[in-house]
Write a protein that binds this ligand. Structure first.
Ligand code: GLN
Length: 230
C-alpha cells in the first residue's frame, strides 16, 4: 500500500522511485531500479539545448547518448526527432535492458539502438559519423561523494555518480575520444558538476573543440558544457 511504501521510505531513506519502480522525466514515464541513476530534473534542459542547436539545421542526424542509464536522454531525443537515428550505450547489459524496455514502453518508434560497452567503445562503426553526442556521465568528486545524502549514496549506483578524485575522470575520457567519432562540426554536450564548468571548457579547448560554452540549469548553475569539433 501507499502507506507502507511511505513508511519504508521514512525508515530506510530508500528513494520513492525505487519503491515504486518508476520515475517521471519530462513527458516520459520510466522504469528505474538501483542499477540506474534516477534521472534528475536539471538534466531535462539538455533536450531543449539540443533542439535550439538544430532548429535551423533540419534533416537526418546521427546522435549518441553515452552511458544512457534509464535511457532518459536518448529516448527523449529519439522521440523529439523521429527522423534522427540514435545510439545509446551503457557498460552494463542489465541497464541496457531497462533502457530498451523504457523505449519500447514510450513509443512505437524504431530510431534508437542500444549497444553495450564503455563510453564510445561500442561505436567503432560510427567513427567520424556522429552529428551529436550527449552524456550525463558520473562526475561527483571523491570528497563530495563521501558526503552525499544517504538517499543517494546508499541506493543509487556509484558507477553512475563517482568521477574519481576531482570528478573529471570520465568527462576527460569522453572528451579525449570524441574527435574520433564526431563528424566535422559535430557537437558534444556534457552535463558536469556545479563548479566544473571552467575546467571542462578548458578540456574541450585542449582537444581542439571550438565555440565552447557553459550553459546554465534552472538554478543558474553552469551545469552543461557544449562544443563543436572543428
Ligand atoms: N546530479 C547528480 C547528483 O547530484 C549526479 C549525476 C552525475 O554524476 N552525473 O546526484
Amino acid at each position: 500500500s501507499l502507506e507502507s511504501v511511505w513508511d519504508e521510505h521514512l525508515l530506510t531513506s530508500a528513494p520513492i522511485q525505487h519503491l515504486s519502480g518508476i520515475t517521471y522525466w519530462r513527458d516520459l514515464k520510466l522504469e528505474v531500479s538501483n542499477k540506474v541513476l534516477i534521472p534528475r530534473p536539471e538534466t531535462e534542459i539538455m533536450i531543449e539545448i539540443v533542439s535550439e542547436l538544430f532548429k535551423n539545421n533540419q534533416g537526418k542526424k546521427i546522435f549518441a547518448d553515452l552511458g544512457t542509464g534509464s535511457g532518459a536522454l536518448s529516448i527523449a531525443l529519439a522521440l523529439a526527432n523521429p527522423i534522427w537515428e540514435g545510439i545509446a550505450t551503457d557498460v552494463d547489459k542489465n541497464v541496457l535492458d531497462i533502457a530498451s524496455r523504457n523505449f519500447a514502453n514510450c513509443s512505437k518508434q524504431s530510431n534508437l539502438s542500444f549497444y553495450c560497452g564503455h563510453w564510445w567503445n561500442p561505436l567503432n562503426n560510427f567513427k567520424g559519423k556522429i552529428d551529436l553526442a550527449v552524456a550525463n556521465p558520473p562526475y561527483i568528486p571523491k570528497d563530495v561523494y563521501a558526503e552525499l545524502p544517504l538517499e543517494v549514496k546508499n541506493f543509487e549506483p556509484k558507477i553512475a555518480l563517482f568521477g574519481g578524485e576531482d570528478g573529471l575522470d570520465h568527462i576527460k575520457e569522453i572528451i579525449k575520444f570524441a574527435p574520433l567519432f564526431l563528424r566535422e562540426k559535430g557537437w558534444l554536450l556534457l552535463e558536469n558538476h556545479y563548479d566544473q564548468g571552467d575546467k571542462v571548457k578548458e578540456l574541450f579547448h585542449k582537444k581542439g573543440f571550438v565555440g565552447v560554452r557553459t550553459l546554465r540549469d534552472f538554478s543558474g548553475i553552469g551545469r552543461f558544457t557544449i562544443g563543436r569539433y572543428k
